[in-house]
Design a protein around this ligand. Structure first.
Ligand code: HEM
Length: 546
């Protein structure tokens, strides 16, 4: 019996692969005239070149050679359109965002792991959630949130201080930044402390949150099956996961269960606090100013039609933590790495920060002061522009559509192409980093990290390009109805960490280790030449000389 099942599965798999390969010859491509690199492999296309630890040279090479609209290949001859043309990006992410959708497998994976939060919903449900959530992330709320996050920054500073009190040390700054990022989103997002900066404590909830993306990666192939499995009742799917002998399934099931149970517990505590009134809420971590408390109050005040069910509020808690942690860690680490490499920029920034503290009577800076420090702002913007933590993003067309271009390209036949017919089912690679580093937009020095560019007016070409990004004319936080809802939180967190650390410490490159940035779900720093895949950012840290 089991032999028959195995044989049938094998035949079905071979037929599927054969059909996918034959389809390329039988069905006429609408992208045949778009230039691009040859396939790197007959079955993986360019996928392994586009997406591997050190994929940066391949991206630079094809962008330089083929420009802002490139045809690349995915698995079994699937055609991918790699786009960084500003007008095309506007259509993909804003005007025709309903057609250029997230893949079904991506959405279902988010639902299975974290529930129906922003990462897992689409259509009307997404619009309802965004309508309620957008104001929760407003500048007014960020202003109230900064005093909740500041003690976390102090804790991070104290952890570092203990390590260097006897003198200069080589420290893995990534570990400290990552734990602080978890604590920021814990206290500021959930109104909950993971005790992430207390090295003597362990916390199953935070351990599971940290592991979940790592455990998902090896299951990427299996997730393709999710659309075909969702009709099976949840209880049966669950039993299958429980009985499955495959360790990868067991690992993910355990962390997802832990996350789910812990978030319900946090939610219930908040609910109880809200029911007991304002006095009880201010006693809680977050003092009622954290994102989930604000969301719960907004949800209670809204009408029945737009009120989110409890399960969706709980799902947002895990969604925010997952979406915030790796990205903000990546960005903050990148700022520290760049400052270590550029001592002049570091000294100039420290001077600006120390002056701001002095002007404020050596008290913690309030939101408006922190956000308006010009050089700090330039450093953060420039780092997010040149090194976006998520350098590209995928969408899939659910309809045939015409994509217009701002900059026409020359087709393989030598004719000019100013719009492209894109068939239903085409994968589109949204070139975030490609657009952020485009020389026609940012100037000849577009690829160079140069914070000073933000201190004077940007070239007219930036305004003329009309990149649709929601932040500083760049694509780092994307655009449209699925753009990053937490970008103001991220900006505040990075500035808070950088100003706190730089006012106390000097940082320099490690004398023994070289850093190499790897592509994962977000970019991560690793030690060049090391077999250890875990993120590390070893830097020489010492107390600022008075
Ligand atoms: C530097 C840090 C960050 C970067 C670069 C970043 C970037 C992004 C990008 C590119 C997306 C779109 C992803 C996609 O469509 O697949 C996104 C979505 C999202 N981000 Fe961020 N993010 C950052 C920090 C944060 C923070 C701190 C939060 C929460 C407090 C957050 C919450 C979210 C959520 C909930 C989504 C999904 C939005 C939706 O689909 O409607 N992000 N982010």
């Amino acid at each position: 019996m089991s032999r028959n099942i195995a044989q049938t599965s094998f035949v079905l798999l071979c037929s599927y692969i054969l059909w996918r390969l034959l389809r390329n010859f039988l069905v006429r491509s609408t992208l045949s005239n778009i230039p691009g690199p040859p396939k790197g492999s007959w079955w993986k296309g360019n996928f392994a070149q586009l997406y591997n630890n050190t994929c940066w040279p391949f991206h630079s090479e094809i962008l330089q050679k083929y420009g802002t609209l490139i045809k690349t290949y995915g698995f079994f001859g699937d055609e991918y359109l790699y786009v960084s043309d500003p007008r095309a990006l506007h259509h993909i992410l804003v005007k025709d965002q309903v057609i250029f959708a997230k893949s079904r497998t991506f959405l279902l994976q988010a639902v299975v792991c974290f529930g129906e939060g922003l990462l897992g919903t689409e259509g009307i449900k997404l619009r309802i959630q965004r309508k309620l959530l957008n104001p929760v992330f407003s500048m007014r709320h960020m202003r109230g949130l900064l005093p909740v996050l500041t003690p976390v920054a102090h804790q991070m500073r104290d952890v570092l201080k203990r390590k260097v009190e006897k003198g200069e040390e080589d420290i893995d700054v990534q570990s400290c930044v990552s734990r602080a990022a978890l604590e920021y989103i814990g206290q500021g997002g959930l109104g909950y402390s993971f005790d992430a900066l207390d090295e003597s404590k362990t916390n199953n909830y935070s351990d599971s949150l940290k592991m979940v993306t790592t455990f998902i990666l090896p299951l990427l192939t299996y997730r393709q099956m999710l659309p075909y499995l969702m009709w099976i009742p949840r209880i049966v799917r669950r039993k299958f996961m429980e009985w499955s002998p495959f360790p990868g399934f067991q690992r993910i099931r355990k962390v997802v269960d832990t996350i789910h149970m812990a978030s319900i517990q946090v939610y219930m505590n908040k609910k109880e606090g809200l029911a007991r009134g304002d006095d009880a809420i201010v006693q809680q971590i977050g003092k009622g100013k954290d994102i989930i408390s604000i969301l719960m109050r907004a949800n209670m005040a809204t009408d029945d039609k737009t009120r989110l069910p409890e399960s969706e509020v709980i799902a947002q808690m895990n969604t925010f933590t997952i979406a915030a942690h790796d990205t903000a860690t990546s960005a903050t680490c990148r700022v520290f790495h760049q400052l270590a490499l550029d001592p002049k920029a570091q000294a100039r920034l420290r001077q600006e920060i120390l002056q701001a503290y002095k002007d404020n009577g050596n008290e913690d800076l309030d939101y408006d002061t922190l956000m308006s420090l010009p050089y700090l702002d330039g450093i953060v913007r420039e780092t997010l522009r040149v090194f976006p933590p998520i350098p590209f993003n995928l969408r899939i067309t659910n309809k045939n559509v015409v994509l217009p271009l701002l900059w026409p390209i020359k087709g393989k036949d030598g004719n000019e192409i100013s719009e492209v017919f894109v068939k239903k089912g085409t994968t589109v690679v949204v070139g975030i980093q490609a657009a952020n580093r485009n020389k026609a937009i940012w100037g000849e020095d577009a690829e160079i990290w140069k914070p000073e560019r933000w201190l004077s007016p940007l070239p007219q070409s930036v305004a003329d390009a009309h990149l649709p990004g929601i932040y500083a004319s760049m694509m780092t936080f994307l655009a449209g109805g699925r753009s990053c809802i937490g970008f103001k939180f991220a900006e505040m967190e990075i500035k808070l960490s950088v100003s706190t650390v730089l006012s106390t410490f000097e940082i320099a490159p490690s004398p023994t280790e070289e850093i190499e940035w790897h592509m994962r779900l977000a970019q991560v720093p690793t030690i060049k030449g090391s077999s250890d895949p875990a993120p590390h950012l070893p830097l020489k840290v010492s107390l600022v000389k008075q």
